[in-house]
Design a binder for this molecule. Sequence first.
Ligand SMILES: *Cc1c(COP(=O)(O)O)cnc(C)c1O
Length: 381
Amino acid sequence: MTKKSKFFSEMPEELYFGPAFDDEEIEAVTEVMRSLRITQLTSGVVGEFEEAFADYVGAKEAVAVNSGTASLHTALIALGIEPGDEVLVPAFTFIGTVGPVMQAGATPVFVDIHEDTYCLSVEDAARKITSRTKAIMPVDLFGHPADLDPIRELADSHGLAMIDDACQSHGAKYKDNRLGSLAPLTCFSFQETKNMTTGEGGMITTDDPELAEICREIRHQGEKSWGVIGRVGYNYRLTALQAAIGLVQLGKLDKANDIRRAIAKIYTDALAGLELQLPEEKPYAWSVYHVYSFLLPKRLASQRDKIVDDLLANRVSAGVAYPSPLYTSPVFQHLSGPFDCPIAEDVSSRVITLPTAQSIPLDLARKMGAITAEVLEGYLK
Ligand SMILES: *Cc1c(COP(=O)(O)O)cnc(C)c1O
């Protein structure tokens, strides 16, 4: 049996590592069910989750929604992005970053990445600004923050809106500050594979109460007050059942991130000394290692898929995040290139991804690290 997953497509069921729950989540959900108040409109639990999350990331406001994709779509609309606008996005990310740009009717403009962090290159972003550019969306990929200060400077100097896609980086720090208020709007996902989960879910954080209010309207049908509809809205509401899980998961996030960092260190120790480019934290970054992606040397790019198959056959849950720059997908073929993202092309041809889920026992991580080193040694000699 195979399971389609966001990061490890076709992963055999027994090699997929899910979230970590215990009785606390189960009791929290049960309590909300027993209350017979299970929506954001009738239960206070969603509001509690929003306050706790805002506190944790150090933002004034948080708005819960029902997916990371919904959080990004809401953020784009709140910032006034509309058809005809161009939005700068990294070419190397999950489709969940870019789908919302298209949903808002705007045009994604693909920007190259830095080879060492896999995050958006501010230099390439600057080159791709036109008179139609309205927003920039850095992604804190694989748990490592993008270099947000220069990106924010670029945005401010060109009057661009900025959204930080932190869907893989709950709790990560940029220059000692948690992601969440380092851009006008920051977006998070609580999908099953993320560092904390509510099954599906999302959150927008901001220091701007007006923007937060607009996001709340968009989340709930565009309603300003009962019967008064101010704009086109959606039903992007999170349930209280999910918020109850989220509150418990938030309390465990630091521990979960410590486990992810410990697993990343296990892989680094196992693979150090091999001819590989291993993930590292930049001096400005405290990464929460959503996954562990490393690069093969260029000469092995053509064998990457075979190596991943070999790892899977040896019971290492290896995958590829991401196998190609997004603009190669059929949905973007109407956009006129050239897309000109050589680093994203190169990185996506050489990247291999190992899981860091907090449900992986450390002994198993050690075993997977050792087997990975052994398999790779065979190819590298
Ligand atoms: C997961 C993810 C999203 C989308 O979040 P969902 O909750 O799955 O809708 C967007 N951007 C990135 C970078 C993600 O990893």
